[in-house]
Design a protein around this ligand. Structure first.
Ligand code: CA
Ligand code: CA
Ligand code: CA
Ligand code: CA
Length: 238
């Protein structure tokens, strides 16, 4: 049992060392249970890769989501602090930046609350980042409508970014799956982002994208150890 465990560690460490960088993928996430009413919608559980994650059992953890724009004057990636006035739109083709649809509204399991959609919107701006308190290798996201295009990137333990992974609208063959939960006139669409190396978060560059909820599984103790070893190795390689 012990040597078996060590072999698994060795195999994972080797694959991380040999791997040039984070490789990931996006896969639709359609099997969920939720409270679905006219004015309040909330995730209760989801299934991914044969495992069920139940919110009430504490199977999922939340991160910290922030919204960003590229300042047209300085060219710098700039954090739009929740509550600050809206910057001028930096991306055309989507609606204006939304003051009220702040990052923290992605960091829960609520899709709609008391008649208002409960989203982090990157309408009119460049990207959104979510960072988790410990390394993970899969991230679950629900988006209103599944009708945006853009890229996902892993945020690695040394804060560098993985290669962009392009996604399309669900109606155009994109990876989102329709959960069937009606959130104020558009359904919640679910997607899982998987990585073959430990990541501490994700960047989503997709102006117009509205995150209802983003979460990740709380790793089992053995997995946590492996993710921790992998994260350390990734950091030391830099
Ligand atoms: Ca509903
Ligand atoms: Ca929410
Ligand atoms: Ca949308
Ligand atoms: Ca939007």
């Amino acid at each position: 049992m012990k040597s078996h465990f060590l072999l698994i560690i060795a195999a994972i460490v080797l694959s991380i060392v040999l791997c040039g960088g984070a490789r990931g993928g996006l896969v639709g996430l359609g099997t969920i249970t939720a409270n679905d009413t006219a004015n309040n919608d909330e995730l209760l559980s989801l299934t991914h890769d044969g495992t069920e994650y139940v919110v009430a059992d504490g199977d999922l953890m939340l991160g910290t989501t922030t919204r960003w724009y590229v300042d047209p004057t300085s060219g710098l990636e700039t954090h739009w602090v929740d509550g600050d006035p809206a910057p001028a739109a930096t991306v055309s083709g989507t609606s204006n930046p939304k003051v009220g649809d702040q990052g923290w509204k992605a960091d829960d399991f609520i899709f709609r609350l008391d008649g208002s959609n409960h989203i982090s919107s990157i309408d009119g701006i460049d990207f959104q980042e979510t960072v988790f308190p410990m390394p993970v290798n899969v991230v679950f996201l629900f988006e209103r409508g599944g009708n945006d295009t853009g890229t996902w990137q892993a945020i690695l333990p040394d804060s560098s970014l993985g290669a962009p992974i392009v996604f399309d609208k669900a109606s155009n063959g994109g990876p989102y799956a329709d959960t069937g939960v009606n959130v104020g006139g558009q359904n919640a669409f679910g997607v899982a982002f998987t990585s073959d190396v430990p990541i501490i978060g994700v960047r989503i560059t997709a102006s117009g994208h509205d995150t209802l909820s983003i979460s990740a599984p709380i790793p089992e103790p053995a997995t946590m150890l492996l993710l921790g070893v992998g994260a350390l190795l990734l950091r030391r390689r830099k």
